[in-house]
Write a protein that binds this ligand. Structure first.
Ligand SMILES: Cc1ncc(C[n+]2csc(CCOP(=O)(O)OP(=O)(O)O)c2C)c(N)n1
Ligand SMILES: [Mg+2]
Length: 402
């Protein structure tokens, strides 16, 4: 439901411009303008409770989806223009171009599995249309008939470059029916307007990064487990998967998890078929589907059969799963369990790009725990800990331990 008229939207955005002119905003922010009519029409079809995913240019969408304009002004005034979130209203932004479509697809998958009548609306710029992430999300939503619409807000500009500058011609890809495009001319420059503000004066208002975005307090480590088991390492992994498979809220996804597709090392043999989702070989999509499912209360176990392949999922992992609790000030949490394997040894040597171990790197770049079980007891303990945590956990199984 559109809550404002065109005139009111422009006035709300003018409040931000005014603050900027008074040298009060030493931040990067992106003003909306020029697309009022199109957005009002689209928001007339959006219900309260629907999810709205938006890019860095998110103010109009926030107002129209019922976020209090004072809250928007407060966010913008505290360096959080690109980070407007609201758990209650299901409003989600991302400052990463192409970062949201696959997460939106994950939420839409969850809504379909639950039989909900909520919908997902994912607004992206023509810059996101440049990315493979957008392609994967659109193909997944269209193929699975998920309740999600993608809206390309096509102003034919990414910062200062037109599509033709970026791609070499005006050629436009034809997207399927889950994608709508509206065209408009942006009335402001890409980001803030230099001559409007004296940045030297404005900078006096600046606080530190951790004052604007408090660092999450350290996540608790797993407790030491004294219980002995007679299971081998491989049997313990199977047992951990079987036990997770018994929980109502879990769901397993990745490639080779479906019953007819390899059933990776036999570890998923006791997990019921209706708990397993075979995914495309699109790692950033896999991780993002997991994140989207977790936002709707599922406890996804996302399976990556080699560390090497996870490098393709880094935007999802580093910029979204790892950061979401901090950048949303705790509004959104994403307690996904990442089951990963390092093929450090074992019978099938497959060369350097199939046997790398990124554990130390991951420990450094993720906010969440990365655990390496060395014994069968560790395996059972770590998966139990991961399930009982409200934050993401990655568990790294070394083939040499199997
Ligand atoms: C992955 C990524 N690459 C680059 C940027 C820097 N950047 C911020 S906005 C932007 C332009 C995006 O253009 P578009 O998606 O068309 O949105 P518009 O600004 O036109 O609304 C770029 C390149 C980013 N935020 N994320
Ligand atoms: Mg654009």
């Amino acid at each position: 439901m559109a809550r404002y008229t065109k005139k009111e939207l422009i006035e709300l955005e003018d409040n931000i411009v005014e603050k900027y002119k008074n040298n009060k905003l030493p931040f990067l922010f992106h003003l909306c303008g020029g697309n009022e009519d199109q957005l009002i029409e689209i928001f007339n079809d959006i219900n309260d409770g629907d999810y709205v995913f938006v890019t860095h240019r998110n103010h109009y969408h926030a107002y129209l989806h019922g976020i209090d304009p004072n809250t928007v002004l407060d966010r913008v005034s505290n360096g959080r223009s690109m980070f407007i979130y609201d758990r209650e209203k299901n409003f989600f932004s991302s400052a990463i171009v192409g970062g949201i479509p696959e997460i939106a697809a994950g939420v839409a998958l969850a809504l379909k599995l639950k039989g909900s009548n909520q919908k997902v609306w994912c607004f992206v710029g023509d810059g996101a249309e440049d990315t493979g992430h957008f392609y994967a999300a659109v193909r997944y939503v269209e193929s699975n008939n998920l309740p999600c619409k993608f809206i390309i807000e096509d102003n034919d500009i990414s910062i200062q470059a037109t599509k033709s500058d970026r791609w070499g011609s005006e050629f436009l890809f034809e997207w399927p029916s889950c994608v709508k495009r509206y065209k408009y001319d942006l009335i402001y420059p890409h980001a803030r307007i230099e001559e409007f503000c004296d940045l030297e004066i404005a900078s006096k208002y600046k606080k530190t990064d951790s004052e604007y975005f408090p660092i999450i307090k350290e996540y608790p480590s797993p407790k030491k487990n004294q219980n002995k088991t007679n299971l081998s390492f491989n049997e313990a992994v199977t047992e951990a998967m079987s036990s997770l498979g018994e929980k109502e809220d879990t769901i397993f996804l990745g490639y080779n998890v479906g019953s007819n597709f390899g059933n990776a090392m036999g570890n998923f043999q006791n997990v019921k078929d209706n708990k397993k989702i075979e995914t495309p070989v699109a790692e950033n999509l896999m991780s993002s589907l997991g994140m989207g499912l977790s936002l709707e209360g599922y406890r996804p176990i996302v399976y990556f059969e080699r560390h090497d392949f996870m490098m393709v999922a880094m935007d999802s992992l580093v910029n979204h799963v790892s950061q979401i609790e901090r950048i949303s000030h705790g509004d959104f949490k994403s307690p996904v369990i990442f089951r990963t394997v390092v093929a450090d040894e074992g019978p099938f040597y497959s060369g350097p790009t199939h046997s790398q171990n990124f554990t130390e790197l991951f420990k450094n770049i993720f906010s969440f725990p990365v655990l390496v079980p060395e014994t069968p007891e560790d395996v059972l303990n770590y998966y139990d800990y991961a399930y009982n945590s409200d934050f993401p956990v990655m568990i790294v199984e070394k083939k040499s331990n199997f």
